[in-house]
Ligand binder design. Structure first.
Ligand SMILES: *Cc1c(COP(=O)(O)O)cnc(C)c1O
Length: 350
């Protein structure tokens, strides 16, 4: 087995950190207030175990998505949920499937269950062939939508077509769906083989808290409850995440800002001649070029190091033809984005 390799979390200040798709804006003030309240009486509440099934948090997620809370399962980050899904639905002779490229955690989790991994390639035009997914032979398929690290989103129509043809469980990993124009929650509401996973780490700016959840068919929720830890979401995380879900106004303000900055970043890089993927998440995948450098693995490494020397951290994904010439840039604040674009201009001048 090999451990998952997360993006670098540099110690010490002064970095423009655009490498792990965290939200550049703070979480809802209501989340902070909820934590303060839960700490009242000198933290007396911390003596007690939290709700074992995260009931108030599931109620909030149910309100947020207009989804039956009895069919929602909460976890210690959506990574916990992904792990539970693989524990319940994969193993020897029951492979997982995933798009290639997509989230590199799935194979790590599959290895722990001795489950094989079937990779379905994303086409060069960044499309997905529903029949190839449906016929891949996996017991459970993880469809990252929008795709990470590519940035492109597959339409709910395509996902519905996959679900219709696929005999296994289709998990739509919607870590970035809040930044896109569509999601597949309606499919999870309607179909007996579709699960949608969500995280509080990206759009809700609570990556440090570790909360995610799954919107499931009833029988799937039942199975996940059987294989999860009995207290898998801590008390402070439960109240803060529930409060954040109830603060739609703050969510809308920050998402609108991130989208506006993202679209500005895409336009600026295209104007500089970079090859930029369609961006539906809070990040942009783009291949650097300059008058002296064509798009290549070496050019991307050169630009990465140039930026890193100026304390601007982005991410590279060498080892796949659709990502190796590119950098993935998380959408930061306006000022961070300006700092990034200024450094890019300096790199291009050589
Ligand atoms: C960030 C991310 C997650 C993990 O979310 P956590 O809730 O922080 O565990 C899941 N899937 C994808 C594709 C992600 O990028």
């Amino acid at each position: 087995m090999r451990a998952y390799v997360p993006g670098e979390q540099p110690q010490g200040g002064g970095w423009v950190k655009l490498n792990t798709n965290e939200n550049p804006y703070p979480p809802s003030s209501r989340a902070l207030e909820a934590i303060r309240l839960a700490l009242a009486n000198e933290g007396a509440g911390l003596r007690l175990y939290p709700s074992p099934d995260s009931a108030p948090l599931r109620e909030a997620a149910g309100r947020f998505h207009s989804f039956d809370p009895a069919r929602i399962v909460a976890g210690n980050g959506s990574d916990d949920i992904l792990n539970l899904l693989i524990r319940a639905y994969a193993g020897p002779g029951r492979p997982i499937g995933m798009m290639d490229p997509s989230y590199s955690l799935y194979p790590v989790l599959a290895a722990a269950q001795a489950a094989e991994v079937i990779r379905v390639p994303v086409a060069d035009d960044l499309s997905v062939d529903p029949a190839a997914v449906a016929g891949c032979g996996a017991s459970v398929f993880f469809l990252t939508n929008p795709n990470a690290p590519l940035g492109v989103a597959f339409s709910p129509r395509v996902v519905r077509e996959i679900a219709r043809q696929f005999s296994g469980l289709l998990v739509v990993d919607e870590a970035y769906a809040s930044f896109a124009s569509d999601d597949c929650v309606a499919l999870a509401r309607e179909l007996s083989n579709v699960v949608v996973t969500r995280t509080m780490s990206k759009a809700h700016a609570l990556a440090g808290l570790r909360v995610g959840y799954a919107l499931c068919p009833g029988p799937v929720a039942d199975l996940l409850h059987r294989v999860r830890d009995s207290y898998n979401v801590d008390r402070l995380a439960q109240v803060a995440a529930a409060a954040a879900l109830d603060d739609r106004e703050w969510l809308t303000v920050t998402i609108d800002q991130v989208r506006a900055t993202r679209d500005r970043l895409v336009a600026a890089l295209r104007k500089m001649g970079w090859q930029v993927n369609p961006a539906s998440g809070n990040f942009v995948l783009a291949a650097p070029v300059s008058s002296t450098h064509a798009a290549s693995v070496e050019t991307s490494a050169d630009c990465f190091e140039f930026l890193r020397a100026r304390k601007i951290l982005v991410r590279r994904f060498p080892g796949h033809r659709l990502t190796e010439k590119s950098l993935r840039i998380s959408v930061g604040t306006e000022q961070e984005t300006d700092a990034f674009l200024a450094a890019v201009a300096a790199w291009m001048e050589g």
